[in-house]
Write a protein that binds this ligand. Structure first.
Ligand code: B12
Ligand code: SF4
Length: 469
């Protein structure tokens, strides 16, 4: 039997994009996992909850073990994306070795996508939480009596009934219909998480933070992992979003990076949020991710007036054939028109691109780079195709081309897949052609100098971090 009020520690394993980018890692975002903030808020009424974010805090496994030794939690919950999963596995093994009585729970997009395989490869994990975690974790905390057997009645799990035993699934967990019911995430817990900042490219004012105002995506792009929320899109209401903005402003934040897959998916909601931000004269600047087909001149103008200054678009390719084959449902003409409209509205536009799809030839890869260079974008980024488990392209990559199916290398920086007839060298040289061609051209440099002037505090912070590394 356990104490009445249990202790829960939520964490992400030490893993940072800086590991593959070195000093250039300062250009990546360092943000605590929003999922953990929601989980913490959900279980807080039932237990003592703490959070350690290994992506921001710069802590080591040893630091985490030390903290566990001091605090003695009953349950440790770990969250991991695919490239962080091997770190999560190693950390879980160390926790289990030093503290065999602690229940180790793993959740997040990777476990959700390949639960059996992940459990098989990770004997130290007692329980995996598949999909949305708030209600599941709450039930785990309430039911756990020191044995995994006590969790058999909790839906949405893959659990190991005995140490080292074969994992078994409990019935699936349905999604929450009204996500406003979740309440606001426990942002107060990030105080001890270390240096927090969205990617400097899309940060103009400090302090800045990130937020999510919807869950899932209704589209089916072949390279994207949308398994987590069963490919279903749910929105927080405009009321909720305004309340969230006020919470963050009261905590001192001056800028918010909305990290929804597509913040602009619901036109009516978008219009209402913008109108209320304008009417309330809220002094907050913000950025979003959007789909090209979900913006127009009118909404862009409204977004600008409401404080939006930066939009990231998943453009992906300069080959219409590739756009069609991945199910992107956008055309090259529309992309150009919408990027122009964005800039005309006074909003910076970033384009994300991918090269190396299974069917791509050298000509198609070059087309993507040429197309990206021809658009009036403010920023670009380009990745080699990374066929994540659970995506449509994973199966294709397995059957054609050269695919190193190594989870720890799937960080979007390393080339894990090369299509037939192409080489990793060709992909790398085209990626560099875009990045160098774009960022070293005089128009970009001049634009950046103007932007840097408007974001002096961010530049200063970057310079300090660059020297420290
Ligand atoms: C915002 C975001 C980011 C942000 C901020 C991440 C953060 N720290 O919050 C930034 C830009 C920094 C980022 C970076 C990366 N990201 Co990202 N990101 C997202 C995005 C768009 C939203 C994540 C989110 O907040 N979701 C909302 C919350 C509520 O959901 P959640 O975090 O999944 O948590 C819920 C459940 O998973 C579960 N759960 C999660 N963990 C746990 C743990 C326990 C114990 C329990 C019980 C439950 C549980 O319960 C939570 C609440 O319901 C997702 C796509 C998506 N729509 O999910 C991609 C996504 C998670 N990212 C992805 C990737 C690949 C990356 C990068 C590797 C890319 C890169 N190299 O730049 C890095 C890795 C960074 C890192 N160290 O984790 C992939 C992961 C794919 C995979 N197979 O793992 C996703 C799914 C995008 C995609 N569609 O492919 N990302
Ligand atoms: S790439 Fe964007 S639009 Fe396509 S499925 Fe993923 S989140 Fe949705």
């Amino acid at each position: 039997m356990m104490n009445a009020r249990k202790k829960v520690l939520l964490l992400t394993p030490p893993y940072s994009i800086a590991e593959s980018l070195g000093k250039l890692g300062i250009f990546g975002g360092r943000l605590p996992a929003i999922g953990l903030l929601y989980l913490a808020a959900a279980v807080r009424p039932l237990c003592h909850v703490r959070m350690i974010d290994g992506t921001c805090s710069g802590c080591s496994n040893q630091d985490i073990l030390h903290s566990i030794g001091q605090d003695a939690p009953d349950i440790v919950g770990i969250s991991a994306v695919t490239p962080a999963i091997t770190r999560a596995q190693a950390l879980a093994a160390e926790i289990k070795r030093s503290f065999p009585r602690i229940l180790v729970v793993l959740g997040g997009p990777h476990l959700t996508t390949v639960p059996e395989e992940t459990m098989r490869r990770t004997p130290a994990i007692d329980v995996g939480v598949i999909g949305e975690g708030e209600r599941t974790l709450r039930e785990i905390v309430a039911a756990y009596d020191g044995t995994t057997e006590s969790l058999r009645g909790v839906a949405g799990l893959i659990l190991r009934p005995s140490p080292g035993g074969a994992p078994a699934l409990t019935p699936p967990r349905s999604l929450i219909d009204d996500i406003d019911e979740l309440g606001l995430p426990a942002y107060d817990l990030i105080a001890g998480c270390g240096t927090i900042m969205p990617a400097p490219f899309k940060t103009r004012r400090l302090p800045a933070i990130h937020a999510i105002t919807s869950r899932g995506c209704a589209h089916r792009c072949g390279y994207c992992n949308t398994n987590l929320f069963n490919k279903r899109l749910r929105f927080h209401s405009a009321d909720y979003v305004l309340e969230l903005v006020r919470l963050l402003m009261n905590a001192g934040y001056r800028e918010i990076a909305f990290e929804d897959d597509n913040f602009t998916a619901h036109r009516g909601r978008l219009t209402e949020i913008c109108a209320r931000l304008i009417a309330g004269r809220l002094d907050i600047s913000w950025s979003v991710n959007a789909r090209i087909d979900c913006v127009d001149g009118e909404t862009l103008g409204l977004m600008k007036r409401a404080g939006c200054w930066y939009i990231s678009y998943g453009i992906e390719s300069g080959s219409q054939e590739t756009l069609d084959r991945v199910g992107k449902k956008i055309t090259l003409d529309e992309i150009r028109r919408k990027v122009e409209l964005t800039r005309a509205a006074g909003i910076e536009a970033k384009g994300f691109f991918i090269v190396g799809f299974p069917w791509e030839t050298e000509r198609m890869v070059r087309q993507t780079v040429d197309f990206a260079l021809s658009l009036p974008l403010s920023d670009v980024n380009i990745f080699p195709l990374t066929p994540f488990p659970g995506t449509e392209l994973y199966a294709q990559a397995k059957s054609c081309g050269d695919f190193s199916d190594d989870w720890s290398r799937m960080d979007l920086q390393q080339i894990v897949y090369v299509p037939p007839g192409l080489s990793a060298r060709l992909l790398r040289s085209q990626i560099n052609r875009l990045l160098l061609g774009f960022y070293l051209r005089p128009t970009t440099v001049a634009h950046y100098l103007r932007r840097a002037f408007g974001a002096r505090e961010v530049i200063l912070r970057l310079a300090k971090e660059f020297v420290k590394r």
